[in-house]
Design a protein around this ligand. Structure first.
Ligand SMILES: Nc1nc2c(ncn2[C@@H]2O[C@H](COP(=O)(O)OP(=O)(O)OP(=O)(O)O)[C@@H](O)[C@H]2O)c(=O)[nH]1
Ligand SMILES: [Mg+2]
Length: 442
């Protein structure tokens, strides 16, 4: 999809470095992030030990890292751990001039920045970048002050330094205000959809779980107008998916109908472990589709090893916990790749959300009927039966009812032939409106 990466040789070489508390952790995800960001990984170096506040790694390992950078001639080191500005400064001092140390948070941000296509996504990336910069600028000023051997506190910044910090703060406030304005547009759009009887469903889950593939499998048609532009116009029809992380950054909404109800299903940005709160918060407006949906489909990749499934579910829980209003329905995906035991292990990992989680294959389409039935029972529903005169106005009410919910039964034969009995099901607010419209008919 990215033209600039057509030529493999054009990819920048990079070295991976990771420090783990636990020997079982691997650089697989960092390598996938590196690949997604357009790097070619030439070497990797890992260490298992507690964090060192000066270098992140132990001093000896940091020196080895610097040597490897010099030997391999790479300019970029991708570090799996978040680096403090002090650690970056110290690592740079050991390494050849011009070496860049990019930590995991920065790497994720870079991917987001490259993917962001809509105004909203771009603003969110901008906000996250500014929030990432602020403490670094403060630290930079402190280090420069120390290097100049001046005894000044941060409060004692000179006017120029103070201005830099203030500028960043002002820009943060401006972007926040713009995003707030867009957020309220999203909120009123959700209200309108609900008034029209549409149920709002969001797909959420770890990056690469198969959310977009599942949406394409379930959807009746292409994007719903006004719900976020497709990243590339031609992709709306080709409906691509790839084994790359953060394939989806902008939300896409499609119509899905089930048992007479019309669902609007929105795809959302994937989660990844150890995301700092400032990054998750910056994506508030994209994630609001998941936070304010009636039903959240939490998609899990069943083909991952069990420990990884559990840790990914933990990440999803952390992001969604306390923020979602809707019912969480877990979806165990990619079962076409799994043995029966693996499917059971994945189902057990999400049992806290549903005692009998549904298993699907988004690529093969298995289990999707079952999934839609689950969604059908999770969406807020009310019902009402009315007995009204059989007039033109009643026909208009019936047409309205078909548009806004499910007309489960229309009976012209009960009692007086001039009357009609209608059984209607739909969103509670819509059923209330149906009842008040019906009352005016008598
Ligand atoms: N075998 C198999 N592969 C699947 C299935 N569903 C998705 N995939 C593959 O998994 C990869 C990721 O799928 P996406 O739909 O892009 O995943 P996503 O959750 O939208 O990912 P992000 O947008 O990056 O968060 C793609 O290569 C898909 O083809 C499935 O049911 N079976
Ligand atoms: Mg996606």
């Amino acid at each position: 999809m990215t033209q600039s990466r057509n030529s493999r040789d054009a990819r920048q070489p990079a070295l991976l470095a990771a420090r783990y508390d636990d020997r079982t952790e691997t650089t697989d995800e960092l390598a996938a992030l590196a690949e997604t960001a357009g790097y070619r990984v030439v070497d990797e170096l890992t260490q298992t030990r507690p964090e060192d506040s000066s270098y992140q790694f132990g001093r000896g390992k940091a020196e080895e890292l610097a040597r490897r950078v010099a030997e391999s001639g790479v300019e970029t080191v991708l570090v799996d751990n978040p680096l403090s500005p002090q650690q970056v400064y110290n690592l740079e001092a050991l390494a050849p001039d011009g070496t860049r140390f990019v930590d995991r948070h920065r790497l994720v941000l870079d991917i987001f920045a490259e993917r962001a296509a809509t105004k909203e996504a771009k603003l969110q990336v901008c906000l996250a970048e500014l929030r990432y910069e602020l403490p670094r600028v403060r630290q930079e000023i402190r280090l420069e002050t120390e290097a100049a051997n001046e005894r000044r506190t941060v409060e004692g910044m000179n006017e120029k330094e103070h201005r830099r910090v203030l500028d960043l703060r002002e820009r943060i406030q401006r972007v926040e205000a713009e995003l707030d304005a867009l957020g309220s547009v999203g909120e009123s759009r959700r209200d309108r959809h609900r008034e029209a009887g549409r149920d709002l469903v969001a797909l959420a889950g770890y990056t690469n779980a198969g959310k977009s593939t599942l949406l394409r499998r379930l959807a009746d048609d292409l994007d719903v107008a006004g719900e976020g532009e497709p990243v590339h116009p031609d992709e709306a029809t080709t409906a691509r998916a790839a084994d790359r992380l953060f394939e989806t950054l902008d939300t896409t909404t499609r119509r899905v109908s089930t048992e007479g109800r019309q669902l609007l299903v929105t795809d959302t940005v994937g989660f990844i472990r150890d995301l700092p709160p400032w990054l998750v918060d910056a994506f508030e407006s994209t994630l609001s589709a998941a936070y304010h949906a009636d039903v959240v489909l939490l998609v899990v990749d069943a083909s991952d090893p069990p420990a990884e499934i559990e840790s990914k579910v933990d990440t999803c829980r952390e992001v969604l916990d306390g923020r979602t209003d809707g019912t969480i329905v877990p979806v165990v995906n990619k079962v076409d790749r799994c043995s029966a035991d693996e499917v059971e292990a994945a189902r057990a990992a999400v049992a806290e959300f549903d005692a009998d989680p549904v298993a699907v294959s988004a690529t093969e389409g298995t289990g999707t009927d079952d999934l839609l039935a689950r969604v059908g029972s999770a969406i807020p529903t009310a019902e009402a039966t009315v007995d009204v005169p059989n007039t033109g106005e009643t026909q208009a009410l019936l047409a309205w009812a078909h548009d806004h919910g499910t007309v489960a039964d229309v009976d012209y034969s009960r009692g007086d032939a001039e009357r009609v009995t209608v059984h209607f099901e739909g969103r509670p607010g819509v059923v209330e409106r149906f009842l008040s419209k019906a009352e005016t008919l008598d």
